[in-house]
Design a protein around this ligand. Sequence first.
Ligand code: HEC
Ligand code: HEC
Length: 268
Amino acid sequence: MVQSGRTAAVLAFLMIGAAVFSANAQSPDRPASRPASPKHGTVFQSPATQALQADDGANPAMLWVGQGETLWSAPAGPENKSCATCHADGTQSMKGIAATYPKLDPKSGQLLNLESRINQCREQHMHAPAYTYESAQLLALTAYVTIQSRGMPRQVTVDGPAAAHFERGRAFYMTRQGQLNLACAQCHDDNVGEKLRGDTISQGQTLGWPGYRLEWQTMGSLHRRLRACSLGVRAEILPFGSPDYVALELYLAWRSKDLPLESPAVRR
Ligand code: HEC
Ligand code: HEC
């Protein structure tokens, strides 16, 4: 049973690969582009999943948002500082912030996603240990900060010193990977709307993340979702927070320019 399900899934992947291969020569040189009619990932979910997301009282991700709100004012480190010590009311001070990430840190020159930005505050400003990626606390705080941008348009900077990161993300997105030899673009640009293992392939927008995935029965970061796509094509699964995934995150954020954030999303 398990075996035949697996075989069918691999066959489905291969069929997509083969169809695209014959129709469209893919290469890492394919230019950066945005979907002609941009759509949120939620549009590709079932009506039941959409309803779950739309109702804050039923959306399971709201549990993490609530935990994040508590953590926001929980003191840590030798000076007993909390996020609230410096950023006061998060519902005000964090408004619109998540929509601008990933963002270049002017001090270090590093491209930071929201998770690494939060951890930088923990380490540098609170002298408290960084949270582990995918820990309940980091997911909760990321979800809390991100919901303050819900409904606000995505706006990331990709020029100047960020340009090299953008280019790295674009190249990653366009390059065929894994045993199935598929690029992100072959699914999320060329096969949008097709069925794959019970999913409908979306445009691969990142506006709903962090989000709650029913298959995981928990909240997950965008990098967890990206790792699932890497696994899907049997490519190398990069570590959480890896510079390649953060650069990819910048490219994906640029693709969704001006679309409003919808995190915390619910996904199949
Ligand atoms: C074989 C097809 C396939 C490939 C290749 C693939 N994905 Fe996916 N991806 C999926 C499917 C199926 C889903 C789940 C349904 C959906 O939301 O599109 C998904 C979901 C996503 C999502 C979540 C979208 C949302 O709104 O929740 C993102 C982001 C994403 N993929 C990015 C990528 C990136 C980046 C790559 C390349 C590293 C990639 N995918 C490669 C099939 C693919
Ligand atoms: C001691 C003061 C202090 C504490 C405590 C602190 N921060 Fe910060 N935070 C800053 C400063 C200062 C900046 C501006 C960037 C810098 O200089 O590091 C910043 C920047 C940020 C940003 C980026 C804002 C932007 O415009 O891009 C986020 C997000 C953030 N902090 C979240 C948090 C969270 C979440 C916590 C609690 C875990 C926290 N901070 C704790 C001082 C603090």
